[in-house]
Design a protein around this ligand. Structure first.
Ligand SMILES: *Cc1c(COP(=O)(O)O)cnc(C)c1O
Length: 222
């Protein structure tokens, strides 16, 4: 299917989910995850009207960024090794995977400006998943106060790849609760307004639970 068609379907599903929970679809950003696809397919994605692109690896990011640079807002959504920070941090608009203080330290050292970051939270508790544990989140955010280059704009999570809707919903709801708790603290360095959650498998549930940034690959461009 062409990207424009896929996008139409996804937008229709988002509109439907928004209606069900009385949200505005304008409050939701679709990030097209282009990690599986070519430059040509990414071009088609931008032509379809997508403005936000996501990549999860340095190599893929640089390939796309070097080709399209200011034609998109760039989201780095994968685990970022500290030694690779210097290669991406001044090109991206948003980092979705801040998950440890050593990474914050490297960003502090390398960034030319303040970077909008989501903190990745391991809500599902899967061993294989990266992210700060929910119990450690408040302390982690407190520590980030002294890092002038980091602004915590929200929380991000990756749900397991499962069909169990109730389980997915409870994971997203948990992240939304954590976001609300932090948001209410009115921290200057951590306004925490946004929720990056929902992928091809589960984005309508994520919308119903308050997602503001959807990261969609397979169903949109794949
Ligand atoms: C690949 C990836 C996605 C997109 O997954 P799809 O199931 O293809 O939509 C979203 N977020 C992250 C962090 C990813 O690595």
């Amino acid at each position: 299917m062409d990207v424009a068609n896929n996008l139409q379907t996804i937008q229709k599903n988002i509109a439907h989910a928004c209606q069900a929970c009385q949200r505005k679809k304008e409050d939701i950003t679709i990030i097209a995850v282009t990690k599986y696809v070519t430059i040509e397919r990414t071009e088609e994605t931008l032509q379809a009207g997508i403005t936000d692109l996501g990549e999860n690896r340095l190599e893929g990011f640089l390939e796309k960024y070097n080709h399209f640079h200011d034609r998109a807002n760039w989201h780095f959504i994968g685990t970022l090794q500290s030694r690779k920070v210097k290669d991406v941090i001044n090109h991206i608009d948003v980092l979705h995977s801040l998950d440890r203080i050593s990474l914050a330290k490297e960003i502090e050292k390398r960034a030319n400006k303040q970077i909008d970051c989501f903190i990745q939270v391991n809500v599902s508790g899967e061993e294989s998943k990266h992210g700060v544990r929910p119990e450690a989140l408040f302390t982690f955010i407190e520590k980030l106060k002294t890092y002038s280059k980091i602004r915590v704009i929200g929380l991000m999570t990756m749900a397991p790849h499962i069909k169990d809707e109730a389980r997915l919903r409870s994971i997203f709801r948990h992240l939304a609760t954590l976001r609300n708790d932090i948001h209410m603290q009115n921290l200057i360095h951590a306004p925490c307004n946004f929720l990056s959650m929902g992928m091809s498998n589960d984005y309508t549930i994520a919308v119903e639970e308050g997602a503001t940034h959807l990261r969609v690959g397979t169903n949109l461009v794949g």
